[in-house]
Design a protein around this ligand. Sequence first.
Ligand SMILES: [Fe+2]
Length: 256
Amino acid sequence: MGKTVGLEGSSEELESLRNELHDQRREAAEKERQLQRYASDLRVTFKAERAYAEELKASYVATVRALTNAVEARDAYTGAHADRVAAYGLELARRIDPGLARNPQVEFGFLLHDVGKVAVPDAILHKADDLGAEERELIRRHPVVGYEIVCGVEFLAEAAQIVRHHHERWDGSGYPDRLAGEDIPLAARIFAVVDALDAITTDRPYRPGAPLARARAEITSMAGTQFDPAVVAALDAIPDEVLERIRTRAGPCRAY
Ligand SMILES: [Fe+2]
């Protein structure tokens, strides 16, 4: 009799275990479905976030370019200077520190370097004769004015350092802060070299642009005084055809 009760007991237990297992399987299946829905929601959210970030980046670039064009529109002689100098600068930065070249703020800083010139009156900016001491001082304020214009914009905080220091010199005799050597941000040291490259090779009303070989020689002669020697050496390693391609290519809005 005791044996029969035992068997009945086992059969009930078995049934109960089966039910429990069934419930657990059902719960697990439901959890899996929930996880799949969650993963799918995450994928959709991630895709939307990525599209939004791309859109935001595109509007940053467009805003910076619009601001750059507003500055350049005042100076008919330099043409697409900011665009060219940014392209030279990124090419050089890629060879010195690829991470730096990938930072969009570096390109923004290159493009906006002279934004502070908005505070320089046309009569001084376009003056053909020698500038007086006061006029020269006014022009020399443009890095600080530019810095003050962009430093409050969160997405331009790092770019503002390039704007401020693009006229510093390796030997400490530049402006506005007379920084020397590696105290000058690397991107600003790179910029100073490519700014000179563009200035020397571009036609001006008072002289034609010099050939690339002459620009290279001039820049090399100032390695260690005006320019960071390591940056000059990196420029030397860029083949002529790469620099020529940048020099001759049209700016972003020059197709018409
Ligand atoms: Fe400048």
